[in-house]
Design a protein around this ligand. Structure first.
Ligand SMILES: C[S@@+](CC[C@H](N)C(=O)[O-])C[C@H]1O[C@@H](n2cnc3c(N)ncnc32)[C@H](O)[C@@H]1O
Length: 396
């Protein structure tokens, strides 16, 4: 449908400011003959920060990326600034529809609207059947989860599902899962719903505990769990490093989604000490190794953006080696498309028992070579000094 540009932009403005329903939006391309926009592409998405809901604007021009978070109550001006620029295409995804606006040479707007993929339509039933997490679960609205977060937790649970049977079919009639650095608990709820169904099918009950250092998010999680009437879902305030969610019993499943910086290492170290059979961690920023590379002038890490990307890779490679040395079978995978989060790597670790001495020696040699070459000592190694020393001894 072709319409006048002012009307189309006003509609897009309304959609962008309806943050509870907005999943994401992208402004890209340029209109010929007009001043080019400040950035090649801007992605807008609702995010929940410590001090409340914000609209996040991520601007990209070539390799340069900048992010700005604006409190939702003040976002009107930032949205107006964005829409005033001469972008040629605007793409908006909400909970219910996908709106595509293309601005023609004449300055009209061609608007295409389609239902969101989970709405009714041909094949919708089959698609819904394949989902492990209901994106329309009212608890997501209570917790303020936007579309991307819902997709992330679906993708996370999808990684968990094929590995879970091994822990669900073990001895005992109770399965224990923990979400470390649970934040707003989107994953805690989604994983608990899915796992409790799978546990029930095997005649077991499930207890899931979300752990976070922030009292406010834990209080929200508790309230939402009580409202949703979900038995076996609990929350605990505390640091990951000191977490003992089940007293003397060890968790069967350890999860961490975007636990910041070394909080992911705390989660992995905790899982190793517990001897947790199944560990899924999607790391967040990797500042620890990045900081250690700061003085390094090697071309690979001389520029901040390259240093950041390389630190991500190096940190996860070292984490993977350490987990293998300490008795896990490890895979590092992309658990979701990067369009939904740039932090889309996941470490999947299944406890396999200590590797043969020669295998441990080989893994340790790889680990030592990498850490020596780059002059770093990753947080996970600092947290597991005793375990690592023991593995070195055993490999002699
Ligand atoms: C980026 S948020 C991610 C939250 C949630 N897992 C998600 O994906 O939506 C990281 C969370 O980890 C918590 N956190 C960070 N370090 C922690 C620590 N050492 N112990 C416990 N919680 C921690 C923060 O309070 C925050 O809620």
């Amino acid at each position: 449908m072709t319409t006048d540009l002012t009307t189309a932009l006003a509609d897009v403005r309304t959609l962008l400011l309806d943050t509870p329903n907005l999943s994401r939006a992208v402004a890209a391309g340029r209109r010929k003959g007009l001043q080019p926009p400040a950035a090649e592409r801007v992605e807008v998405r609702p995010v929940r920060l410590k001090d409340g809901p914000h609209l996040q604007f991520t601007a990209r021009t070539g390799p340069v990326v900048s992010t700005r978070n604006v409190p939702v109550g003040e976002a009107g001006e930032a949205v107006d600034e964005l829409l005033a620029q001469a972008y040629g295409n605007l793409h908006v995804e909400t909970a219910t529809e996908v709106v595509q606006v293309r601005i023609t040479k004449k300055g009209d707007a061609q608007v295409h609207r389609a239902p969101a993929r989970h709405e009714a339509g041909p094949g919708a039933h089959d698609r819904a059947k394949q989902r492990l997490v209901d994106p329309d679960d009212p608890v997501f609205r209570v917790l303020g989860a936007g579309g991307d977060k819902r997709r992330q937790v679906e993708a996370f649970v999808r990684q968990l599902a094929p590995l879970a049977p091994a822990v669900l079919s073990g001895g005992g009639d109770r399965v224990r899962a923990v979400d470390l650095g649970c934040g707003n608990a989107y994953l805690t709820f989604a994983a608990h719903r899915w796992l409790s169904g799978a546990a029930r099918e095997r005649g077991k009950d499930l207890v899931t505990v979300g752990v976070d250092v922030r009292e406010d998010v834990v209080a929200t999680g508790r309230r939402a769990a009580a409202e949703a009437g979900l038995p076996g879902l609990e929350f605990a305030v505390g640091s990951i490093a000191g977490a003992e969610p089940f007293g003397d019993a060890r968790p069967d499943v350890v999860m961490a989604l975007h636990a910041c910086d070394t909080a992911t290492d705390e989660a992995l170290a905790r899982a190793v000490r517990w001897g947790a059979p199944l560990v899924l961690a999607a790391p967040c920023c990797h500042r620890d190794v990045q900081r250690q590379l700061h003085e390094n002038r090697a071309p690979l890490v001389r520029h901040a953006i390259l240093r950041e990307r390389f630190a991500d890779v190096l940190t996860d490679a070292l984490r993977s080696l350490l987990l293998q040395v300490l008795g896990y079978r490890v895979e590092v995978v992309e658990f979701i498309d990067s369009a939904h989060t740039p932090r889309n790597a996941m470490i999947r670790a299944v406890r396999a028992g200590a590797p043969r001495g020669s295998r441990t020696a080989g893994l340790l040699a790889e680990y030592d070579e990498l850490t020596r070459a780059w002059g770093v000592e990753p947080a996970l190694a600092r947290m597991l000094t005793a375990e690592l020393a023991q593995a070195r001894q055993a490999a002699l």
